[in-house]
Design a protein around this ligand. Sequence first.
Ligand SMILES: Cc1ncc(C[n+]2csc(CCOP(=O)(O)OP(=O)(O)O)c2C)c(N)n1
Ligand code: SF4
Length: 280
Amino acid sequence: MSTFTGNEIIHQYLRHNKKFPHVLCAGCGHGIVLGTLIRSIHALEIPKDDVVVVAGIGCSGRLAVYVDFNTIHTTHGRALSFATGIKMANPKLNVITIMGDGDALSIGGNHLIHAARRNIGVTALVLNNSIYGMTGGQSSPATPLGSTTMTNPYGQLDSNFDTVELARGAGANYVARGTVFHVNKLEKIMTEAIQRPGFSVVEAITPCHTQYGRKNKFKNPVEMYKWMKKTAISVERYAELPEDKRAGRLPIGVFVERNRPGFEESYAQLRSKLQAKGGK
Ligand SMILES: Cc1ncc(C[n+]2csc(CCOP(=O)(O)OP(=O)(O)O)c2C)c(N)n1
Ligand code: SF4
């Protein structure tokens, strides 16, 4: 284990001579998510060469270009397809996808469902800022009912997906939610998610003041972080709340822990069985 501490750890993993200054707005939470990912990998002592970060498109998608792992910035909504191919080609790699809520739940929604059903050994990070950040603030499937966006100036009429329930229902092995305000907790679940075999989903609630906050009565980014502090509650305490006290609260923590073998493991087992019988 290296002796680096604090920001020194993060600096060891950045392509700081090539890819900076970064594009993120002041107050954006995406960088905090990247910091937790780096610290988790560092704590697990995984060599950089054994990590593959696959990102979709969007402000969240930009994160892959800043880190000195094997990285690929793919097409919008298709990070999980690329990640599946990489994991199947070399199951020893730690494959992590970074997707915005638009990327993961809208154009990539079907890929998320079927990656979970298949239980491929990939860690999927969904950076949920309730909006399409990069393209100017259109509503996404995570935009809360009634909130104001560029495409819904009179209020969003569709209900939003619950990423946790979606991933749970589709069959992921590990499903957790954190916020960028609760950094230590986010780092803990990210570390667990990377270690767990099969498909893991971590939803990170992260503020986009530029496209969402200022249209929804948050005076500044700090107000958005205060909202997270006030609203989030551990899933254990949430479960004890009476039904009428749950509205408006955001449960965070670990929701699903299963131990089904990852798809790549089942595939390898089947192949060995068939080869033992004389097949190719
Ligand atoms: C096939 C395709 N459709 C649409 C786009 C335009 N596009 C780029 S990023 C983006 C939305 C990004 O939103 P999200 O995934 O929530 O990430 P954020 O920017 O909020 O981090 C869209 C629609 C695209 N690049 N490719
Ligand atoms: S537009 Fe939103 S998501 Fe994109 S960098 Fe700015 S704050 Fe972050």
